[in-house]
Design a protein around this ligand. Structure first.
Ligand code: FAD
Length: 291
């Protein structure tokens, strides 16, 4: 099916882009990679009257400064998948970038588009929660920063206002520890049946000083396993504590039965994936786990 009629805008500045969005009222949409939005428009699930294309706004690329990593909102998954900086220093981000969809989608889909779309089985959401990302956005009221816990509001729902544009994502402390993302999917190109992201920091005594765990496909929106995080912080990691932490994370989920599996199956898979993600993150943080 063809999309409905819309006015197309290709602004050269954020100011102009926000103006375009305001002019469309609640009926204007930002266009990033178009991999989700254009499909929704072709099925007429979405029929925006204005489309505001972000491609000329210079929001792509990565920047490292003062121990922080900033990823521009329109940075594609393919860029992140192939970036030596990401591959060498940010394993959590690299893990996610290579398992999203398929190479054709990854060439166009953007990290900001994925975050703004907030598909409950999406891959970036849990990783950005685990990494305690901060989202920067620009709208009619100026610029603001939104922590990940507040950014993801629910299924396909974020804290962004109708005329707000996500401009970038900031991450700190990732290069000090270890991160990992594990995804169970039925086939290449499918959304996660279950996805678990872990970011760990371990102090000089070998104890966990910080731990973030985000999960996908396990509820109507992303879930942060805050009780499992609490259990793991301050502990020396061994196989037993990792197994126990994964069990706690699994208890924090509220999966629903769908074509990808039953609720019980998904909960069991969280235990397995979380343990693997914790083990990999721990090893990447320099922890040697005894058998
Ligand atoms: C075949 C296929 C398989 C897929 N598999 C996976 C998968 O395995 N895992 C996964 O996580 N995703 C998957 N996706 C989703 C894919 O990653 C999406 O394209 C992505 O979620 C949206 O990114 P985009 O840049 O294409 O955004 P768009 O489609 O352009 O936009 C999506 C939504 O976000 C809004 N938006 C986009 N950018 C911004 C911004 N900067 N500020 C404010 N609002 C914005 C748009 O208005 C729109 O509502 C798949 C998609 C396809 C087509």
């Amino acid at each position: 099916m063809y999309p409905g009629r819309f006015a197309y805008h290709l602004p050269d500045s954020l100011h102009e882009a926000v103006g375009n969005l305001e002019r469309g009222g609640g009926d204007a949409r930002v266009l990033a990679g178009g991999q989700s939005l254009i499909r929704l428009m072709r099925f007429r699930y979405e029929s925006p009257s204005h489309l505001v294309d972000l491609r000329n706004l210079g929001l792509s690329g990565i920047d490292e400064f003062g121990g922080r990593l900033r990823i521009g909102a329109t940075t594609t998954d393919a860029f992140l998948e192939t970036s030596p900086t990401i591959g060498n220093n940010y394993p959590l981000i690299a893990d996610v970038a290579r398992v999203i969809a398929d190479p054709l989608v990854r060439n166009l889909a953007t990290i900001g588009g994925s975050a703004a779309y907030a598909h409950p089985s999406g891959d970036w959401g849990p990783a950005l929660m685990a990494a305690r990302a901060t989202f920067t956005a620009v709208g009619p009221g100026g610029q603001r920063s939104i922590p990940a816990d507040q950014f993801f509001v629910g299924s396909f729902c974020t804290a962004l206002g109708a005329a707000e544009i996500l401009t970038g994502i900031e991450l700190s402390g990732l290069s000090n520890g270890g991160g990992a993302y594990m995804k169970l999917h039925r086939k290449i190109g499918d959304f996660a049946t279950v996805g678990v992201a872990v970011q760990l920091t371990v102090d000089a005594d070998g104890k966990v000083s910080d731990c973030g765990i985000g999960m996908s496909g396990v509820a109507l929106s992303y879930v942060r396993a805050s009780k499992a995080e609490e259990y793991l912080v301050g502990r020396t990691l061994d196989r037993d504590s990792l197994r126990r932490g994964s069990g706690i994370a699994s208890e924090e989920t509220h999966p629903v039965k769908d074509a990808r599996g039953s609720a019980i199956y998904k909960r069991e898979m969280v235990k397995v994936l979380c343990r693997h993600a914790l083990e990999t993150a721990a090893q990447r943080a320099g922890v040697e786990l005894e058998d």
